[in-house]
Design a protein around this ligand. Structure first.
Ligand SMILES: [Zn+2]
Length: 149
């Protein structure tokens, strides 16, 4: 694979900022709260260095990154019991490897569309769900540690 031109990393918002509220990190990646209005519990797993595509990573790095993504998904599922989990990597707007880990509910603003689709309503999520999402985020570091991460 070719090295990423320096200019891209220099301009990349995920190289220069956390991309959300930092919850956990190791030598490979970090987990942040996406802080998307109306979507409580939306987390992102962000690669710690600049790379555009999953296939720019060494196989061992991919495996380690996905172990974090799946551990985060498991923690979110167990904590929030959503109707569905969405895992996505796009990177069209910010071409730096990151995974979206998104709990979905039938009553959320975009369901059953992707969270990037037009909102179907503007009702706020239930307050209890917002509180559970905050508790889930606070418990994430211990949950990952319990999984050996
Ligand atoms: Zn970057």
């Amino acid at each position: 694979m070719t090295a990423e031109p320096q200019a891209n990393a220099r301009e990349c918002e995920l190289c220069h900022g956390a991309g959300g509220t930092l919850l956990w990190q190791n030598d490979l990646c970090r987990v942040v709260v996406a802080d998307e209005p109306g979507l409580p519990g939306f987390l992102r797993v962000v690669l710690g260095r600049h790379a555009r595509e999953m296939t720019d990573l060494a196989a061992a790095e991919r495996d380690r990154l996905m172990a974090v993504v799946f551990a985060v998904e498991t923690h979110v599922r167990q904590s929030l019991e959503p109707d569905k989990m969405n895992l996505a990597t796009l990177g069209n707007a910010v071409p730096h490897v990151h995974w979206h880990v998104i709990p979905r509910w039938r009553d959320d603003r975009h369901f059953p569309g992707a969270v990037w689709s037009p909102a179907r309503h503007d009702r706020a999520p239930p307050a209890g769900r917002v509180a559970r999402a905050a508790a889930m985020a606070a418990a994430l570091p211990a949950a990952l540690a319990a999984r050996g991460l």
